[in-house]
Ligand binder design. Structure first.
Ligand code: PHE
Length: 509
């Protein structure tokens, strides 16, 4: 198929592809009996074809080696805008001459009859040609004039040659300007044929049945063709990074926890984690509580009883908090503030299994906090959480696992700082050295779950749980060079970013 150029489609003329077909027939037919097309421009003019169409066909035939084409360049002249105008309506000097009646005319009157630029240029030229007597009164000096300028301009417009003196004169008046004309000389090529064979693109069942595959010429594969851009779904950067982190956890032998419940009861989100009911995080200023359904329907009653007791009185060598624990407070539904609520449910389930089985769990999902929104905070984000539950684990194990995990995402320089969480003891904030920023930045939180949390669940006494959590947004923003969280998540996100962001490869897992 020849390419069509929509821009060149002209009304009332042959359609572009028909014109191209005619040009192709003329070129291949001409070369059947003659050695060469010496000049594509002359060839086009002689055959009444449009030169740019002839050029397109030559390029295509050359590409398939039906012909060999050589470039020809020529300096030619084309009309300037002013030149085009005079070619249409006549030169200003002739316009002026014709405006002067045989009996003459006053300068004022003549000026009124003509366009100012026509009067100015026309009077200068007509005076120089001695066609008119210029003064207060203007009169003809000759009876008749020829518009040589218009004739010359018309010849140039039609691609005909003119003498060197006229060129000089028109150029001096800026009525013509040089232009490089490009065309070709054309000879038969190695694949020359009087008619183009249409190359087959596919080998079909019919070709095989008819046996005509033997004579077919196949179009070559274009291995560098890009193919149409896919308009299907596009994966958000957060989900790309999440998938990479998921792979890292899976390589390390962790199982994914089910996080498909944004709504949690205060019991699983706070109480089971030994977080006291008057803790400020449990205030509506920090946590989103649900209006409907405002409370949970079901909790494991005997476990609730043990949690109540540890809050009020302690036990397991703990003194507890010594306050009156209220069931109503534990029943309140909320949007989970951390995925540690899910970890807690999973540990409780694990504790019910006898004999005890060690586990490595992870999750990556959304959590919600009633926070003031700014360039680094939204009221929701994604938490990455990992935990290991086994007999006799120590803080050394936690530090070792953190080094292993974070080095897999390209953060091998770590430091730890003592911290406080109601549910872990000891607790450590995790810092990583950021090469780009040249400083230590906080990247996560970690610790060993307290006995007050684990023993009421029913886990054996020597079982320890080491755990850590971090946000998914922080590493994603660093990896994708985004400095405002609202450009990453929410209604202000540019869809183009989602469509064009690169794939994510973390470390060398
Ligand atoms: N839940 C903690 C947070 O929201 C993260 C964490 C998980 C801390 C596990 C310690 C252990 O920041």
């Amino acid at each position: 198929m020849l390419r069509t150029q929509p821009g060149r489609r002209r009304e009332g003329v042959l359609s572009v592809s028909a014109e191209a077909e005619m040009a192709e027939e003329a070129i291949l037919g001409f070369l059947q009996t003659r050695e060469e097309i010496a000049d594509s421009g002359e060839f086009a003019a002689a055959h009444g074809l449009d030169h740019s169409e002839v050029v397109n066909v030559i390029k295509s035939l050359h590409g398939f080696r039906y012909v060999d084409a050589q470039d020809i360049k020529r300096e030619t002249w084309v009309l300037t805008e002013e030149g085009k105008k005079y070619a249409d309506v006549g030169s200003p000097e002739v316009q002026l001459f014709l405006a002067v009646p045989p009996e003459g005319i006053s300068r004022e009157e003549l000026q009124k009859r003509l366009d100012p630029s026509v009067f100015k240029i026309g009077s200068a030229q007509a005076g120089k040609n001695k066609w008119v007597e210029m003064g207060k009164h203007i009169s003809r000096k000759v009876q008749h004039v020829d518009d040589k300028v218009k004739d010359m301009l018309t010849r140039i417009k039609d691609g005909q040659g003119i003498d060197a003196d006229s060129i000089k004169a028109l150029k001096a008046r800026k009525l013509i300007t040089p232009q490089t004309w490009k065309g070709y000389s054309v000879k038969r090529g190695p694949n020359y044929a009087p008619k183009r064979k249409k190359a087959a693109t596919d080998l079909t069942r019919e070709n095989l049945q008819r046996g005509d595959w033997r004579d077919l010429e196949f179009k070559e594969y274009n291995f560098s063709a890009k193919g149409p851009p896919s308009e299907g779904g596009h994966v958000h950067p957060l989900l790309k990074v999440r998938q990479q982190l998921k792979n890292i956890f899976l390589y390390m032998g962790f199982e994914e926890m089910p996080t498909n419940n944004y709504v949690e009861s205060s019991f699983w989100n706070f109480d089971a984690l030994f977080q006291p009911q008057q803790h400020p995080a449990r205030d509506s200023h920090d946590t989103f509580f649900l209006k409907a359904p405002s409370t949970t329907r079901e909790l494991p009653e005997d476990y609730v009883e043990r949690v109540k007791r540890v809050h009020e009185l302690g036990g397991y060598q703990s003194r507890g908090y010594g306050y009156e624990w209220k069931r109503d407070e534990a029943n309140k539904n909320l949007l989970r503030t951390h995925t540690t609520a899910v970890s807690t449910r999973m540990l409780y389930l694990l504790a019910q299994k006898k004999p005890f089985e060690p586990k490595k769990y992870f999750s990556i999902d959304r959590v919600f906090r009633n926070e003031a929104v700014d360039r680094t905070h939204l009221a929701e984000f994604h938490q990455i959480e990992g935990l290991i539950c086994d007999r006799g684990l120590t803080l050394g194990d936690l530090i070792g696992v953190l080094h292993d995990f974070f080095s897999r995402i390209g953060m091998s320089k770590l430091r730890f700082k003592p911290a406080y969480n109601p549910y872990t003891e000891p607790s450590m904030e995790i810092f990583s050295y950021h090469e780009g920023l040249g400083k230590w930045v906080e990247i996560g939180n970690s610790g060993m779950f307290r006995p007050e949390m684990l023993l009421p669940m029913g886990l054996p006494e020597d079982v320890r749980v080491i755990a850590w959590g971090l946000s998914l947004e922080r590493p994603t923003m660093i990896l994708y060079g985004i400095d405002n969280i609202r450009d990453l998540f929410g209604h202000k996100v540019d869809l183009g970013l989602i469509k064009k962001n690169p794939i994510c490869r973390l470390g060398n897992n």
